[in-house]
Structures are given as structure tokens and as C-alpha cells.
Ligand binder design. Structure first.
Ligand code: NDP
Length: 246
């Protein structure tokens, strides 16, 4: 296991759920963290928590990942503060589940913008820095829904299959460089993700869900496994789901 001491890690979607748990976990292992999302107040609270608990720096950069210039600025601020970029967690995402027949076309667009274009902007901004360093680690958060399609997950799954395709392409293209790529696919995790669903039929379906979801920290543990391997080890794919999730 390698230490993350003095590494600089960017986490998108750090204002809640999985991103917040990853930020804690990386900071606990010694990484300086750069926290990105739209809700800056939440990020500042997290930064204060982290700096009071661990001997690292935590920087807040308000970022909308659907805006290319925001993500470029995120990487620039990271480089200005730490002189490098070691880990980039493409985690920000939305899951606006709906049935196609209910035609939530604005939500389809939002998922494409955040889940696909947001990840692409992360690659666009972060990869050149890592290639110049000839070292770095990009983690793309896909989903079990990026491996299987469920009723109402059609468009969400399309975006998460896209994330998986991006990870697979990067893994091949970057194989001869010092940049590692991990695609991580969580099953159901207890977070705010389902709070934004508006399709009434999906909400009814969720009422009957009795399965115990994972905790965000379970996914942070998986990320931690990937980033602390020796530099010669490239963990390309991790799927983690709750015990009773089919
Ligand atoms: P949360 O809703 O708790 O967190 C989502 C995060 O994404 C928030 O920090 C939110 O921050 C951020 N975000 C959303 N839109 C934008 C945007 N335009 N720009 C910047 N940040 C944005 O959900 P999770 O923690 O569960 O989700 C994290 C990732 O995990 C997502 O990619 C999700 O698809 C994936 N995932 C989650 C699963 C689950 O069951 N929870 C299962 C499989 C995958 P803010 O609103 O402040 O901008």
C-alpha cells in the first residue's frame, strides 16, 4: 500500500454522499483535497471538518461540471495551490430515473450534461496535467446501472454506460503512460441521489424497496483500495453492490 501524503486530489460532487465520503477518506490518508460542487457552503463545512480532523489542506472550488470553464478553473486552482494533480475523482452525477413514455426530456438532457459532459470536462482539464507529470489517477464513478439496464433507468444507464466506455478507452489509450484509470460502479448507496426524482411512477416503485443500501463510506473504501496500490498496479474496474441487490 502506498501513502497519499502530499498528493493533491480533486473530488467533484463533494458536497454530499459518495463524494463527501471519498474526500474524508483521501484526506485521512494524507492527501490534500480540492472539493468541487455547486453548493459552496456545504463544501466549506466539509473543508472545515477535514482540516480540523487531518493534517492536510482542503480547498473549496465552487464548480458546475456542466460548464467547461468551471472545470478548467478547478484544475487551474488545484495546480496553483499544490503545483500538481495526482487524483481526479469524476464523481458528480444525477440520477433522474423516469420511464421513457413519461417524456422527461429536460431531465434526460441534464443527465447527459452532468454525467457524460461533466466527466469529459474533467478529462479535458485534468488529463494534460497528469500526462505532463507522467503520473496521476483518474477515477470515474459509473454505476451498476452502467452494466445493466433496469426499468426506468434507460437514460441514466445510457449515461453510465458512456462513463464505462470512457474509462475503457482511457485504460487502453493511457496504458503506456504513468496515468492510471479506475471505473467504479456502485450499486444502491444511501445518499441524496434519489431525492431529485420527479417521475411519480418511479417514486411509487421506490416505496416498495426493502433492500438495505450501502453506505457512502463503502464506496470510499473501494476508491481507497484503488489509489493506494503500488504505482505499477492499475485497478481498472470495481463493482460494489449491497448483499441483497439483484
Ligand atoms: P448525491 O446526490 O448525494 O451527490 C451528488 C453530487 O453531485 C452532489 O455533490 C452534487 O453537488 C453533485 N452535482 C450534481 N450536479 C452537479 C453539477 N452540475 N456540477 C457539480 N456537481 C454536481 O449522490 P451520490 O453521492 O449517490 O452520487 C455520486 C455519484 O455516484 C453519482 O455519479 C451517481 O450517479 C453515482 N452512483 C450513486 C449510486 C447510489 O445509489 N447513490 C449508485 C451508483 C452510482 P451540488 O448539488 O452541490 O452541485
Amino acid at each position: 500500500m502506498t501513502t497519499l501524503q502530499n498528493q493533491a486530489a480533486v473530488i467533484t460532487g463533494a458536497s454530499s454522499g459518495i463524494g463527501k465520503a471519498i474526500a474524508h477518506s483521501l484526506a485521512e490518508q494524507g492527501a490534500h483535497v480540492v472539493l468541487a460542487a455547486r453548493r459552496a457552503e456545504r463544501l466549506q463545512e466539509l473543508a472545515d471538518e477535514i482540516t480540523s480532523q487531518y493534517h492536510v489542506e482542503a480547498k473549496v472550488v465552487e464548480t458546475d461540471v456542466t460548464k467547461r470553464e468551471d472545470v478548467e478553473n478547478l484544475v487551474k486552482e488545484t495546480k496553483d495551490a499544490f503545483g500538481r494533480l495526482d487524483i481526479f475523482i469524476n464523481n458528480a452525477g444525477v440520477m433522474l430515473l423516469s420511464f421513457l413514455k413519461n417524456d422527461h426530456v429536460d431531465e434526460w438532457e441534464q443527465m447527459v450534461d452532468v454525467n457524460i459532459k461533466g466527466v469529459l470536462y474533467g478529462i479535458h482539464a485534468g488529463l494534460p496535467v497528469m500526462l505532463e507529470q507522467d503520473s496521476g489517477h483518474i477515477i470515474n464513478v459509473s454505476s451498476v446501472a452502467g452494466h445493466e439496464v433496469f426499468p426506468s433507468s434507460t437514460v441514466y444507464s445510457a449515461t453510465k454506460y458512456a462513463v464505462k466506455a470512457l474509462s475503457m478507452g482511457m485504460e487502453k489509450e493511457l496504458a503506456k503512460t504513468g496515468v492510471r484509470v479506475t471505473n467504479i460502479s456502485p450499486g444502491a448507496v444511501e445518499t441524496e441521489l434519489t431525492d431529485h426524482i420527479t417521475d411519480g411512477e418511479v417514486l411509487d416503485m421506490f416505496k416498495d424497496r426493502s433492500m438495505q443500501p450501502l453506505e457512502a463510506a463503502d464506496i470510499a473504501n473501494a476508491v481507497s483500495y484503488a489509489v493506494t496500490q503500488p504505482k505499477s498496479v492499475n485497478v481498472n474496474e470495481i463493482i460494489v453492490r449491497p448483499l441483497h441487490q439483484a
